[in-house]
Design a protein around this ligand. Structure first.
Ligand SMILES: [Zn+2]
Length: 142
């Protein structure tokens, strides 16, 4: 490899040593940036162009700031919050898609005492249900 290139790379490594770098939150923000770029490119409405341009500038500033930030703990905490939020959204949709695909085999209902979501196999007649959370016993038609 060329000497100047090796030199440049080691300089960059030294520059980045105490800096945060890329993470999942920055990837997500970069994705938002690209979506806004598409909107801005194909929109003919003036206000949409202005708003997307403003948001893109803010996103770019945030991405660059987070990438070169020396406050690694704070950036890592932000990323952790983002991942938590993403996980909750996914869990929410997974719960409802599971429920939808199992709708012919299970009956879903809530515990009348604690509102815990429960399910029992369908077509078993009237069954006695014990809530696993609050141990309330009640009858349920299936
Ligand atoms: Zn309960």
């Amino acid at each position: 490899m060329k000497r100047w290139l090796v030199n440049m790379m080691s300089k960059f490594e030294r520059f980045m040593r105490y800096r945060y770098g890329q993470d999942q939150l920055n990837n997500f923000l970069a994705g938002c940036y690209l979506v806004l770029l598409l909107i801005r490119t194909f929109s003919k409405i003036q206000i949409v162009v202005v708003v997307s341009y403003t948001l893109m500038s803010l996103l770019l500033i945030t991405i660059v700031y987070r990438f070169f930030s020396k406050k690694k703990i704070q950036r890592s905490r932000e990323n952790h919050h983002y991942l938590n939020f993403k996980y909750k959204i996914r869990a929410f949709f997974r719960r409802y898609t599971n429920r939808f695909s199992n709708r012919s085999t299970y009956k879903y209902f809530k515990c009348p005492n604690c509102q815990q979501q429960l399910r029992v196999p369908k077509k078993r007649g009237k069954v006695s249900v014990t809530c696993p959370k609050c141990h309330h016993v009640f009858d349920q038609k299936t």
